[in-house]
Design a protein around this ligand. Structure first.
Ligand code: SAH
Length: 342
């Protein structure tokens, strides 16, 4: 059976023709699907016979809100969604002055093994389909009664380890008759899969690429992120250079500051040397404490000093606002706590 949310506009059109419908129905049905209907009877301007036919030939891959946590401080809402196949995934709605942003998951769990991250503790359960990525947006929009204008692929999972489905997702949400969010409003975050970064560069998609760097050198990075054993720091930075050259887009480097592990001033100096001259932005993130992990957040003064070193070296740097710090907003934490409690 086919999941209608997982079809591009052209695929839906071919499908409708195949089941004996007229092409012009595509626009009408695509609009309904991406407006977030969960049942065919909600498509009120279609005949009952057509609604039945759609139902007989496919389904809308809904997900249910298993639980949600709302921050009292800033309105951030973290959702734990229950997929039809039993998997639990997380996504987060963040409200900014410029609009609503959603952070979505691209996999249930993750196999990358970063030592500070809760998503990876149980390994990867599965790659999400494009329809399941779209489902997170539609469910949150429906539940919160808002329209989302920015998307970040920074929830559970490694998007470049599920690139085919991610590209399908981009194609579907880009479509004017659907969710209609352009590439410039999408950020994809990766732990640094070099061949896929090179691939993305060649596609010149105009998304913002964020690289989880978290270290100033190979030695520290290897201690935090197993992927560093596969691709060296140098290879990663070279791939970033290639990406910038091909796309003319600034890269964001994410750097989670962990007390005494990667937050010393000598680390800031080394990082500055590495990134000098690169069209980039560094986002310093005070690490979120994860119950199962030993790492501690850096001191506030240390974070500020670290930032100053980068700025003095001409590297554009900001400290990420800690949205939702009163809820389990860090990657994989809600799913984890739910799993261990139930
Ligand atoms: N796999 C992708 C995207 C998911 S993680 C990636 O690695 O980029 C999204 C971001 O959250 C990454 O930068 C990741 O390193 C970071 N992250 C994970 N656990 C964290 C924690 N406990 N505190 C702060 N940031 C964390």
């Amino acid at each position: 059976m086919i999941d209608y949310r997982d079809l591009t506009y052209d695929e839906l059109q071919d499908y409708l023709v195949k089941i004996g419908e007229k092409k012009f129905r595509t626009k009408q049905i695509f609009k309904w699907i991406h407006r977030g209907v969960e049942e065919f009877h909600e498509m009120t301007d279609l005949s009952i016979a057509l609604r039945e036919k759609l139902k007989d030939n496919g389904y809308i891959c809904n997900m249910e809100v298993e639980t949600k946590q709302e921050s009292a401080n800033d309105g951030t809402v973290k959702y734990l969604m229950h997929l039809k196949d039993g998997n639990l995934i997380e996504c987060v709605l963040m409200r900014y002055s410029y609009g609503n942003s959603i952070c979505i998951s691209t996999q249930a769990g993750c196999s990358m093994g970063c030592s500070f991250c809760a998503s990876t503790i149980g390994g990867k359960n599965k790659d999400l389909t494009g329809g399941e990525m779209i489902g997170q947006i539609l469910k949150v929009q429906r539940d919160a009664g808002v329209k989302v204008s920015n998307i970040v692929l920074m929830g559970s999972g490694e998007p470049l380890d599920n690139l085919e489905n991610v590209l399908r997702f981009f194609k579907i949400i880009n479509y004017p008759e659907g969710i209609n969010i352009g590439m410039r409003h999408i950020t994809l975050s990766t732990c640094g899969l070099v061949p896929e970064i090179l691939n993305l560069a060649d596609m010149n998609l105009q998304i913002t690429l964020a690289i989880s760097l978290h270290a100033p050198n190979d030695e520290i990075r290897k201690g935090l992120m197993p992927i560093a054993n596969k691709y060296s720091y140098e290879e990663l930075i070279n791939a970033c250079n290639y990406y910038i050259e091909k796309t003319n887009k600034r890269i964001t480097f994410e750097y989670a500051l962990i007390d005494e592990i990667n937050d010393r001033l000598e680390h800031a100096k080394e990082l500055s040397m590495r990134l000098k001259g690169l069209l980039c932005h560094v986002n310093l993130i005070p690490i979120n404490k994860v119950k199962e992990r030993k790492y501690e957040k850096s001191q506030k003064t240390r974070i500020e000093e670290f930032k100053q070193v980068l700025l003095l070296n001409g590297i554009e740097t900001t400290v990420r606002r800690e949205l939702g710090s009163d809820i389990d907003a860090a990657c994989g934490q809600l799913r984890r706590s739910y799993r261990t409690e139930s």
